[in-house]
Design a protein around this ligand. Structure first.
Ligand code: PLP
Length: 341
């Protein structure tokens, strides 16, 4: 619990579920909201869309600010939307920090400021399932009420643990929230001494792993971890530019250090290219999801990852592009190596 507080950068409550990230998404909503509550979400990509669908299934009125999947959430549009809600019917603003389907990062601290400028009391919820422990994240400093995360990305573990970090405002909302909950209920997990309690069998094996992961992150130093991923993101983008391809994230400064989504040229299939790369080089690249299916492939550079692993990955992509006859210029790997050295 203490270790995870240091990763979320919070002094407040952390809850650990033996569940995938989707469970922690649900937990965030059912612990703080009531049936029919309006919830504002921003369409950053596939995962924001899935969170919205989940909210609708729970009986919430989820509203989307539409996005083009080429950047993070826009604080100004959130501020304008909230300013229209004079009666403060919107009870939560939900944003995905690192949108894993697009490789774009939302400016969380700026969204907080936008909510404050609108003078709106909505809870602020953030999904940093793929951002935590790879990108800077500050639950308390950024004024987030509920943060959602999972074990299988920057925490370098298998899937199976997920997390909520909750502010005192969120804990207060828990007292009056009427959505049905049992397994996810924070109240049962605070425990008699308020330091955290497992009301059912915890994911014991994964918790041992989590202890190690937290130690590894602090041994390297969180800032060094973030710098390593930022550098790998920059080297990957340098390779993509050299290949003459386009990075899906088109908003400068919001490109992710966790992964890079790359557009294939019009008329070419990203999935055929991925299949060729898998077959010839035994390297599995991430696929494009829903709106960008077959249009992009994704290069992951998160978690336990170093320069050599990145260069090998980029070599696999460059050889795959050639093998699959995707038009490109050679030299992307060299470009990345120059940047890394
Ligand atoms: N949110 C984001 C940003 C994700 O990347 C994922 C999974 O990749 C999820 C939510 C859903 O988490 P899970 O698949 O662990 O249920």
């Amino acid at each position: 619990m203490e270790g995870m507080k240091s990763i979320f950068k919070t002094e407040e409550h952390v809850f650990i579920y033996p569940a995938s990230g989707t469970g922690a998404w649900e937990a965030a909503l059912v612990n703080t909201l009531s049936p029919g509550d309006r919830v504002l979400m921003f369409e950053t990509g596939h995962f924001a869309t899935l969170w919205k669908k989940l909210a609708e299934k729970l009986g919430l009125k989820a509203e989307f600010i539409e996005g083009d999947w080429r950047g993070g959430a826009d604080p100004e549009r959130i501020e304008a939307y909230l300013a229209e809600d004079k009666g403060h019917e919107i009870k939560a603003v939900c944003v995905v920090h690192n949108e894993t389907s697009t490789g774009s990062v939302s400016p969380i601290a700026e969204v907080r400021k936008a909510i404050d400028r609108a003078g709106h009391p909505a809870l602020f919820m953030v999904d940093t399932i793929s951002g935590l422990a790879s990108l800077d994240y500050q639950h308390d400093e950024w004024g987030v009420d509920v943060t959602v995360s999972g074990s299988q990305k920057g925490l370098m573990l298998p899937p199976g643990l997920s997390f909520n970090a909750a502010s005192s405002k969120a804990m207060a909302a828990n007292k009056t929230a009427k959505l049905q909950r049992s397994y996810w209920d924070w109240e049962d997990m605070v425990g008699p001494n308020k330091t955290g309690y497992f009301p059912y069998t915890p994911g014991t094996n994964l918790l041992y792993g989590l202890n190690e992961a937290v130690d590894m992150l602090h041994e390297e130093g969180l800032d060094n971890v973030f710098a390593r991923h930022a550098r790998h993101g920059a080297a990957t983008r340098a390779a993509v530019r050299k290949w003459g391809l386009e990075v899906l994230c088109a908003t400068q400064g919001q490109e992710s250090g966790v992964l890079t989504a790359v557009k294939v040229p019009e008329g070419h299939s990203a999935d055929a290219f991925r299949a060729t790369t898998l077959e010839h080089f035994d390297m599995s690249l991430g696929n494009g999801l829903s709106k960008v299916a077959d249009k992009v492939f994704r290069i992951g550079h998160l978690g336990d990852f170093n320069d050599l692993m990145l260069v090998a990955t980029l070599a696999g992509v460059e050889m795959g592009l050639k093998q699959a006859d995707v038009p490109h210029q050679a030299g992307g790997v060299q470009e990345a190596m120059s940047l890394l050295s």
